[in-house]
Design a protein. Structure first.
Length: 364
């Protein structure tokens, strides 16, 4: 019994050990299966995670690009807006949106005595027709034969009048002829080689049309002379943007101060006042002096003659005859004209008033 019992107990223990061993193996197998499943699941999850990360990364880049593009577009719009504001402020005219001069009639006197003068006229006309609307030009030429052909510009606002005259240039007589033909309340004496800041030109017209502070306005204060390639580029385009950066500050080598001030070049008159003082005295022939006489006579007879001032008030002169400018000033006619202008300043006011009445008869 005792032996049998011991044997039975050992067998029972061995059986339990075998069962435990088999259970452990089964557990281990189950654990390995679970781990394989987990690893496979983890691998699939990692793939999904990596795919998700790749999608998020691509989406982030896409969103970043969209943000960059949107920001760039906004910056471009803001920059373009600022450029537009600058253009409207400093030279607001374009061919598609010209500045209205409200029916202004300009008088441009001309003699094409050299190629430079002919080129300058074409540059001025190109500028006027591309920059402004609601105006007309009386282009009055005096010479042995015309040197200007209307078809070169081909704009109906230009009215070319030719006067046969081979003597000294009769600018005063031509200006008066233009003023006689003009019917607008404001007339403009405009030299054939001068360019005003369009904003100043428009301001002068509006001030004379709408206000009562001036009878005559010069849309500038100083005169700058333009030569070389810059002059030629402007002549070909007529675009004031060529000059706009140089209205103030340092000047390049091809632009210099010609006059600190002058009463001539471009003047806008209330037409009745121009006629009241007698217009330009036709005794002045050749170049120079007639502007000084007109200014002195007008001031002494009560014309309110003003100039627009400010950083944008430069007038641009297209260079010509640079070698002979000094010689022209010394010519007999120029010297006589300057003497006549001084006489206007010295004569008694009664004599000046009588002279104005006599000159004004031309316009009746």
């Amino acid at each position: 019994m005792s032996l049998g019992a011991g044997y039975g107990e050992r067998k029972a223990r061995n059986a339990r050990t075998e069962i435990a061993s088999k259970g452990t193996k089964s557990a281990l197998l189950l654990f390995e299966k679970i781990m394989r499943v987990f690893r496979n699941s983890a691998a699939r999850s990692n793939d999904k995670i990596l795919s998700s990360l790749r999608f998020i990364y691509i989406l982030a880049i896409y969103k970043a690009n969209l943000t960059f593009i949107a920001t760039s577009l906004i910056a471009l719009l803001i920059f373009t807006r600022r450029i537009d504001v600058f253009k409207r402020r400093h030279f607001p005219m374009t061919e598609a949106n010209p500045l209205s001069l409200r029916g202004l009639e300009m008088i441009v006197t001309y003699r094409g005595s050299g190629q430079e003068r002919r080129d300058n006229l074409r540059g001025v006309l190109r500028h006027l027709v591309r920059t402004y609307s609601d105006f007309h030009i009386w282009l009055i030429e005096a010479d042995a034969a015309p040197t200007f052909s209307w078809t070169e510009i081909g704009d109906s606002r230009i009215r070319h009048v030719f006067v046969h005259d081979t003597g000294p240039f009769p600018k005063a007589r031509l200006v008066n002829l233009g003023a006689l033909m003009a019917k607008s309340p404001i007339i403009c004496m405009h030299d054939a080689d001068m360019i005003a800041n369009p904003r100043m030109m428009k301001s002068a017209v509006d001030a004379l049309m709408d206000g009562d502070a001036s009878d005559v306005l010069c849309p500038f204060s100083r005169v700058l002379n333009v030569s070389g390639d810059r002059r030629q580029t402007f002549i070909e385009s007529g675009n004031f943007a060529e000059f706009a950066p140089f209205m103030e500050g340092d000047l390049p080598d091809d632009i210099n101060v010609l006059y600190a001030n002058t009463p001539g070049a471009i003047n806008l008159f209330k037409r009745p006042e121009f006629i009241r003082i007698g217009g330009v005295d036709p005794q002045f022939t050749g170049w120079g002096g007639e502007d000084d006489d007109l200014f002195i006579r007008g001031a002494r007879l009560g014309l309110r003659w003003h100039a627009l001032a400010g950083p944008d008030s430069s007038l641009f002169h297209l260079n010509h005859d640079s070698a002979s400018r000094a010689a022209i000033c010394e010519e007999e006619h120029s010297a006589r004209n300057r003497q006549m202008a001084r006489r206007t300043d010295e004569m008694p006011i009664e004599e000046l008033e009588a002279r104005a009445l006599e000159l004004a008869k031309y316009f009746r």
